[in-house]
Design a binder for this molecule. Structure first.
Ligand code: ADP
Ligand code: MG
Length: 467
């Protein structure tokens, strides 16, 4: 059982880095691993509607994250590998009892994990604060409006409607208001949900009468209601109706409403007029893509937050690559930081940034080269590049060298002679010998196998992180 929890924890780390924080918090974090049956990992989700939504939008991403760890040894010292998994199934709390559970199943632990899953509608991403938001001509109007609303919820600007393109900071500002109110008006009830989740909860409440009271209670008793990405109301008349009534109740009672969308209210397709007009009653503000100077400022702030020293040359390089989506730009920065720690070199040169981002920029996400493999082995075994490719014959160097050669022959289709050249002009028969030695050792020695598998995962992690 422990193995399954660990495997899921590893997969969740991968997922956290490959989707937006809010999507991760809402859909992935609430999953609890139940068991593995017939090579399938069973994950429990709270409701049917979240099961449907996860199956529709995230199941493939989840599956590939889990498969990366299938059958692997958690680390070089482990005696037991993760179970072999080739699929993932999402079940609801109610369905989970249909599974015949393995002998070592820890029912109490699962019950505790399920219990712990609180309603996350009032949880704000801690780093999404006003202090961490870089003010710029592209966003200063909206920022001022957001601060005004945070200081005086239910005041003059009601509703506050923020619109703008993907990754420009709408959710960040909404959570910044939430974090501010949480600190300064702790008794206020703030409810913040992505529109898709609101829709799901409504569907669940219609299915089941008890939830229906919970649903009303949750939304109509809010002092501040935040609905993120209301463009997803498009064409959903049932949800629009629920939003309409909730809006009226709250607005009349002087409660604050905050909405975000990728377009202004009137441009949302298939949105009833009674809603689009209400959405525009208060203050509507637009976030524009940041200019170069702002992009540089955002990157500097982010590097500072990560406590990582990134040279201005590298910051500028990244700011030049992406001109609209801040989330993508942050992704590039994370990749550079990740790469720089992996190869153990400071993030201070264009060469390093280019190397770290070359697949991203060339759009060849999974091309690995011999340098990547050598770097990964050096870093894994903590040996220098000059040593691994040099003449030394001591054991601490020879085995890493042989493993690097083995991996290059396995992962790339390079002629043996060229591989010999990479390793200080060695003969191709030496290359063959190294390759065969490791390939034999993998069969007989689980530790060597785990080591090789871990380095491969390591290499592909760097690559995947760059996608
Ligand atoms: P949206 O909701 O508009 O798609 P997000 O609010 O999720 O975008 O923002 C994407 C990322 O960009 C977040 O990590 C956010 O912190 C960051 N970001 C966007 N604009 C700024 C800014 N002006 N200052 C600091 N970070 C920003
Ligand atoms: Mg958003």
């Amino acid at each position: 059982m422990k193995n399954i929890n660990d495997l899921w924890a590893r997969a969740a780390e991968v997922l956290a880095s490959s989707m937006s924080q809010v999507s991760f918090d809402v859909w992935i974090k609430t999953l609890v691993p139940l068991c593995a049956v017939n090579k399938k990992l069973i994950l429990v989700t709270p409701s049917i509607s979240s099961q449907v939504l996860i199956n529709k939008n995230y199941i493939e991403t989840i599956r590939s994250a889990v498969l990366r760890f299938s059958g692997l040894f958690p680390d070089a010292n482990s005696q037991t590998a993760f179970p072999e998994i080739d699929g993932v199934e999402i079940v609801t709390d109610a369905q989970k009892d249909e599974f015949i559970l393995p002998a070592d199943f820890d029912g109490a632990a699962i019950a505790a994990a399920l219990e712990k899953r609180e309603d996350d509608s009032s949880v704000f991403v801690p780093k999404y604060t006003f202090e961490n938001f870089v003010e710029a001509p592209s966003n200063d109007f909206v920022l001022a409006a957001a601060v005004a609303v945070a200081k005086n919820p239910g005041g003059r600007h009601n509703p506050l409607f923020i619109h703008g393109g993907v990754g420009l900071g709408k959710t960040h500002l909404m959570h910044a208001i939430g974090n501010y109110i949480r600190e300064h008006f702790p008794s206020m009830k703030v409810v913040c949900v992505p529109t898709e989740k609101f829709t799901n909860e409504l569907i669940d409440s219609i299915r089941n009468n008890r939830d229906s009271r919970d649903f009303r209670e949750k939304y109509r008793t809010a002092d501040v209601l935040m609905l993120d990405d209301v463009q997803f109301l498009s064409g959903k008349s049932g949800t629009q109706d629920a939003v309409f009534h909730t809006f009226n109740d709250l607005h009349q009672a002087g409660k604050q409403i905050i909405l975000t969308s990728d377009k202004p209210p009137k441009e949302i397709a298939l949105l009833e007029e009674r809603l689009s007009s209400r959405f525009a009653w208060g203050l509507t503000g637009n976030i524009q893509p940041p200019d170069h100077e702002t992009r540089v400022a955002i990157l500097k702030k982010k590097a500072l937050q990560e406590k990582y020293n990134v040279d201005p040359v590298v910051i500028n390089f990244i700011a030049d690559k992406i001109d609209s989506n801040v989330r993508e730009m942050e992704g590039l920065l994370s990749r550079v930081i990740f790469y720089s720690t992996l190869v153990g070199k400071p993030a201070d040169s264009l060469a390093l940034a280019n190397e770290a981002l070359k697949d991203y920029i060339d759009n060849k996400s999974d091309s690995v080269n011999a340098g990547d493999i050598i770097d990964a082995c050096c870093n894994f075994f903590r040996v220098g590049k000059a040593d691994i490719t040099g003449k030394k014959k001591n054991r601490e160097i020879v085995e890493p060298r042989q493993i690097a050669i083995y991996l290059i022959t396995e992962m790339l289709s390079l002629p043996l002679v060229s591989i010999g050249q990479l390793f200080g002009g060695r003969d191709h028969t030496t290359v063959m010998h190294a390759r065969d030695k490791i390939s034999e050792k993998i069969k007989s020695d689980p530790k060597t196998k785990a080591t090789v598998v871990n380095i491969r995962t390591y290499i592909s992690d760097v690559k995947k992180a760059l996608v």
